[in-house]
Design a protein around this ligand. Sequence first.
Ligand code: UD1
Length: 416
Amino acid sequence: MDAIRIYGGSCLDGQTTIQGSKNAALPILAATLLIDGTCEIENCPEISDVFHMQRLLESLGCTVEREETLIRVDTAGLSECDMPSDSVGVMRSSVMLVGALLARTGRVCMEYPGGCVIGARPIDLHLRSLRRMGVTIKEQEKGFCAETPGLKGAEMKLPFVSVGVTENLILAAVLADGTTTIEPAAREPEIQALCEFLQSAGAHIEGSGTQRLVIRGVDKLTPVRYRVPADRIVAGTYLCACMCAGGRVFLKDAPVHHMESVLEQAAAMGAAVEYEPDGIVVTGMDHAGTADVVTTGCYPAFPTDMQSPFMAVMALSGRGGRIEETVFENRFRIVSELRRMGADITIHGNTAYVAGNGRLHGAIVQAQELRGGAALVIAALGADGTSIVTNRHYIDRGYEDIVLSLRDLGADLELA
Ligand code: UD1
């Protein structure tokens, strides 16, 4: 039962509510480690990456309770600083705990983190930057141990923009001695959410949402209740589902103010988007027109997490397009699977050329990572015949219940 069977060809008609953001919930849960007492985090998606994070926090001695999408983290029992390798190995965001643990306990040992296989994804910049804050790191073949007598604020000039590094440094800096500047900082909405959470707990952070963050360390943070914003990538995926299958859907709570580049691209590719006070109504694509060009980049540019869903849309459009991936070097793993469905796609370097023959046919295909897996499911909605997408567990890392959500949108699919 690690697969999804999709009966392609039916137009969508329905509505779904967009879940809380994975990429916001994970660092915010890590940030609770900085706070003595119990924090309440609302709207945490029920996905396997968040379950892993819950287990990691528990293994460190925290008490974690979940009531549907509310997670309570009480850090009073925080005692461990060795992270269990079984959880770390499967999720890259476990690296997020390093900055927070160093701030709280002064020491952390962990194996190198895992996560989706979308490029080499080293953590060299995380470690290099933490060293500049007074951390000694001993690297071994499988992992590392980091130690500090006390984190010190520092001026960080980063060689490139990284979401994870920015988050880790924020977590290390809020309780550090002195002021930390991070430049260029990532500006992703999820980083803004992390800053908002920490600010409500008493942190001094200036420049949230800009390329320069200034963080003045404080002595203590106080427990708060915070609501995780809706997931812009999940909303974008269901928008693409409607573009693949056609029809009209309502995406309740879609965070439109953080989806500009995606909505612009969708409109350029023929989708009609109407804005409602509590979400968007999407009408599926018009297949005419010229080829499209998508270039991924750091926020506010087009998100790399949306390129596979848009590749599915391009493969089903009559006009095709071109996707240039500038963030991760190995994010075209979906291509071989889309080819099995009849897509005509060639790759030159970091660019994929999608011929766009207007049709795909059903096939048995394999999810190889989170967003690519979801993209195969939505491609299958627009394909002729039946498809099976295997390795559903990759998709479960980020989508609460993709089968149920797409059924709510009128699609015909089931677990297989
Ligand atoms: C986060 C998101 C992921 C998204 C990505 C880019 C989470 C949990 N994940 O991943 O969904 O696709 O941002 O928007 O929020 N790099 C290094 N050395 C480092 C760190 C990063 O070389 O120490 C490289 C990466 O290999 C990649 C680039 O920097 O090529 C950007 O990665 P980064 O922004 O750090 O992505 P993540 O935080 O891993």
